[in-house]
Write a protein that binds this ligand. Structure first.
Ligand code: 5GP
Length: 193
């Protein structure tokens, strides 16, 4: 998606450790007009899918998922990063290693909000090694629901998450796919499928 690529080129900052900082339009301040165009694009890319619900993970996926949901006319559920102490039996639970924070979170969704037979679209801000998306898939499968597709704003194609998920047969649609980032020069290169 050209609009998103241009914005990444203009405002993205390449940090150490293969991290792209996009705080001024996506991860902290949010550009809602851009999110709106992203939402329309997700609807177009998943036009042939019947979706009952969007699942994302807090915090940065929520804004993108909510704006996209207006085009799918479905509710959004976000998986919560929980303190293990508070986990009771009414939740589906998994563990997700955070790429940016280098720690493992217990992640939960209430059993009330993921149900058997529901057709789920996963949406998240970034796809890197795929831990977050794999965790969300696990929650969906625990509930007996199905993964209809995976919509990502920015995929870092130099990491293996996207390739592995596509090899498993999931429809992964990333609005911008980065092929290379250079932390010395700040250069960001995109790959076009
Ligand atoms: P994964 O689980 O696929 O390794 O990483 C995806 C998650 O880590 C996303 O939910 C996102 O919050 C975070 N993440 C991964 N790489 C980046 C990055 O380069 N920049 C930012 N801002 N977040 C990232």
């Amino acid at each position: 998606m050209e609009l998103l690529e241009k914005r990444i080129q203009a405002d993205g900052i390449v940090k150490k450790g293969n991290v792209l900082k996009v705080d001024n339009f996506l991860n902290h301040q949010m550009d809602i007009e851009l999110f709106n165009e992203m939402g329309k694009e997700f609807r177009r890319l998943f036009a042939d899918k019947e979706i009952d619900k969007i699942l994302t993970i807090e915090a940065s996926g929520i804004g993108i998922a909510c704006i996209a949901a207006q085009y799918f006319h479905v509710p959004v559920v976000f998986a919560k990063k929980a303190q293990s102490i508070n986990i009771d039996g009414d939740v589906y639970r998994t563990r997700i290693e955070s790429f940016t924070h280098k720690r493992v979170y217990d992640v939960i969704v209430s059993r009330k909000y993921l149900n058997s037979g529901e057709r789920i679209l996963i949406i998240d801000d970034f796809l890197a090694n795929g831990c977050a998306v794999r965790g969300l898939i696990e929650l969906i499968e625990c509930a007996g629901a199905t993964v209809e597709g995976i919509g990502i704003a920015i995929e870092k194609g130099q990491q293996s998450g996207g390739r592995e998920l596509r090899e498993k047969g999931y429809q992964v649609e990333s609005l911008a796919i980065i092929s290379q980032m250079d932390e010395e020069t700040g250069t960001i290169t995109f790959s076009h499928a």
